[in-house]
Design a protein around this ligand. Structure first.
Ligand SMILES: N=CN[C@@H](CCC(=O)O)C(=O)O
Ligand SMILES: [Zn+2]
Length: 396
């Protein structure tokens, strides 16, 4: 197995609880794994060597929430929103129509180019969802296409009741034939539990059926108003509840209670329900930014994700999400970077595989075009990704 020594790292954010940030550091990559981490002065020899030039290095971003299997354009809807319209779930129908018309090859090419954009911005582990198919054949097709391009796939047949369908009949379809058809391609299930989408009862029915089929659970909840999403996610032991813009104190307490036995400094044991904040979406929908500060202060583990989709967040830029979290959500740089790496890994239950630069983990590295990670917020919008290593290979 070939090894490469990366030396002269000005600032290395490891996320290893023992030594979170190292100055003048080095990393050895062997095959697809991290083999050694420490000071440059003590670095071992390797087959090859590369100089990071004093730049900052982070774990690759873990983007735990995207909807990237889609065709079509909703820029007019966005423009109307910027002129004062509010976001409504019904826009999903527009994308569903366009996506159903795209061939397998077209959809796969669109997805591949979005994944390539994400990787070019430092993302090395990616989740994506179905949810623009909304019938049995289309949901299975989107799941199959997604499975060949991303690391984790979520079944979101319960994204919207398609126009003209009876809500209960559609929910039964999601829990039966649609789930069965998508199952070979997915690890996760999700439901849009919100006014205009699925009620608490329908959401519970979907999540229970998916759990019985062996899928891990996540929930879109509390995006457009307070509601049952967070409660349901906690009740059913979901790995994450995403959006979380409108939270009652009881919701924050319920989320915190899922983390009460979990020790951040020795992150073993079963993680609780991660609250995933989606700042690019909040800006695009003009919703209040998710209360990341309040959640962290209460002891909740949070993730930051792009929520790349054509309706509410047409970006894969995790650099932008992290910068915004620092500038607007009052997270420290360290907290924001952690949420976009370990936070995402916890939300996808891959915290032992990715999300930090530690010996034995997948060698996913993001070399910034800056000497320190704070430049992500200090110089917002500037091109900050210098190089990316994914599973031990330099891909950018
Ligand atoms: N909120 C639900 N689903 C997506 C938006 C889908 C759309 O409008 O196309 C989201 O996460 O924001
Ligand atoms: Zn979403």
């Amino acid at each position: 197995m070939t090894s490469t020594l990366i030396t002269n790292i000005g600032e290395l954010t490891t996320q290893d609880p023992e030594r979170r940030v190292l100055k003048d550091a080095a990393v050895v990559v062997e095959g697809d794994r991290i083999a050694w981490v420490g000071p440059t002065s003590q670095a071992p020899a390797a087959d090859a060597q590369t100089d990071a030039g004093g730049r900052a290095v982070l774990p690759g971003w873990v983007d735990s929430h995207t909807h990237m299997v889609f065709a079509g354009d909703r820029s007019a809807e966005f423009e109307a929103r910027m002129a004062g319209e509010s976001y409504a779930a019904g826009g999903i129908n527009v994308t569903t129509r366009a996506t159903r018309e795209a061939t397998d090859e077209e959809l796969a090419a669109l997805l591949r180019s979005r994944v390539a954009d994400a990787v070019a911005g430092g993302t090395t582990y990616l989740e994506t969802k179905t949810g623009y198919g909304l019938d049995v054949a289309q949901e299975a097709r989107h799941a199959r296409i997604a499975a060949s391009e991303v690391d984790a796939v979520t079944f979101l047949g319960a994204h919207l009741v398609p126009r003209g369908a009876d809500p209960q009949e559609y929910t039964d379809l999601v829990c039966g034939p649609m789930l069965e058809a998508a199952l070979p391609y997915v690890q996760w299930a999700d439901v849009f539990c919100e006014r205009g989408a699925f009620t608490e009862e329908q959401s519970r029915q979907v999540l229970q059926a998916c759990r019985d089929a062996g899928l891990g659970l996540r929930v879109h909840g509390n995006q457009l108003g307070e509601g049952p999403g967070v409660r349901l996610a906690v009740e059913l032991g979901a790995a994450s509840v995403d959006h979380v813009n409108y939270l009652h104190d009881d919701d924050v307490e319920a989320l915190a209670s899922t983390w009460s036995g979990w020790d951040d400094s020795s992150p073993e044991g079963k993680p609780g329900t991660v609250a995933t904040c989606l700042p690019a979406c909040d800006l695009s929908t003009r919703e209040p930014l998710a209360p990341g500060r309040r959640l962290l202060d209460a002891g909740v583990q949070i993730a930051l994700a792009s929520n790349c989709n054509p309706g509410t967040s047409y970006t894969t830029s995790m650099n932008f999400c992290v910068g915004t979290a620092v500038l607007q959500m009052r997270l420290t740089l360290d907290e924001a970077v952690r949420a976009a790496t370990m936070g995402g890994a916890l939300a996808l239950r891959v915290q032992h595989e990715v999300g930090s630069v530690e010996v034995g983990k997948r060698a996913d590295l993001h070399v910034l075009a800056a000497p320190a990670a704070i430049h992500l917020a200090y110089r917002p919008g500037m091109p900050m990704t210098h190089a990316v290593w994914r599973a031990g290979r330099q891909v950018i």
